[in-house]
Design a protein around this ligand. Sequence first.
Ligand code: SAM
Length: 335
Amino acid sequence: MKNNKFINKIICSDTLKLLPQIESDSIDVVLTDPPYFLDKLDNNWDYEAVSNQNNQYAIKSLPAGMKFDREQGKKFYAWYLKISEEIFRILKPGGFFFSFSSPRLYHRMASAIDDAGFEIRDAFMWLYTQNQAKAMGVDHFIKKMSIDEKAKEKIKEKLNGWKTPQIKSCFEPIAMAQKPTDQTYLNNMLKHEVGMLNTNVRIGDNMYPANVFTVDNINRLIDKTFLLPKPTKKEKGEYNDHKTVKPLAVCEYLIKLSVFAKNAVVLDPFIGSGTTAVAAKKLGKNYIGIDANKNYVEISERRLKELDETPDLFRNVASIKEPKTKSLQAQLQIV
Ligand SMILES: C[S@@+](CC[C@H](N)C(=O)[O-])C[C@H]1O[C@@H](n2cnc3c(N)ncnc32)[C@H](O)[C@@H]1O
């Protein structure tokens, strides 16, 4: 089988070069957090370079680096369309594609996934309470205006508390798309062992799975309904310097909801520090991880090795409960 050399491996490559080598209709679920390339906050983001550039697209009064470039969203769409088309090809019929995004970029990402042939089934919302507010005051610019001091003070007073349009961001949208099924859901499940959601999974205090989750304690009702286990420093690995490590429990939740087959393969084309692979492995599933950055590939491999050697490091995140009813897997094996 063409995929054998990739199974349970983290591969260092540009995803667009690697995906064409993966067999068609062979992957159960794709779960990923792609790079966004917005505001130049990609891997190549460099403060000096951004500050020194001629900011023709920058919104006046925004500091360099808060560039608003219409072309960025369009370029992201074109690039993600190519990625999504490959993901569409390699997923089994009925296979799910979970893709993390940002509130500003979601529309471009979801459109690329949709245009690649997927059916957008839903969007998840990862809710959090802590984030840095990025809005800036304009006093600095008022100070530079060629008007007298009294007039400046008047404007400052008038605009007191009014800032540039960056609201404190407290949620992350995640698209849930599906490759069209092979006839009915039942037929698809029997034939390809993918395409339905496991409603036995529990979130919060033994609650039915929802499209909202959080890993922060917020208040009694929200925690009861949507809380997943908080990430620990240990699960991330103290050596892990990746900037956007996802909580293991989040990846576990989405994998548990969507992966059915015993020998299922979960693929993450932008694996970063390996969270999707660690979650899949922890749940006894196969994985394929891809990242263009060698350092992150090594971090992923180290985390996966730690899971073998010290599974306790990851234990406290496995608290999504499943009731002891006969699983659909068991039922299908009887059919
Ligand atoms: C947002 S991070 C993923 C973080 C990951 N979810 C985790 O928990 O660590 C996106 C990753 O995509 C990788 N990347 C960016 N462009 C890539 C490309 N063309 N091919 C493969 N990987 C790429 C980056 O190196 C980065 O690690």
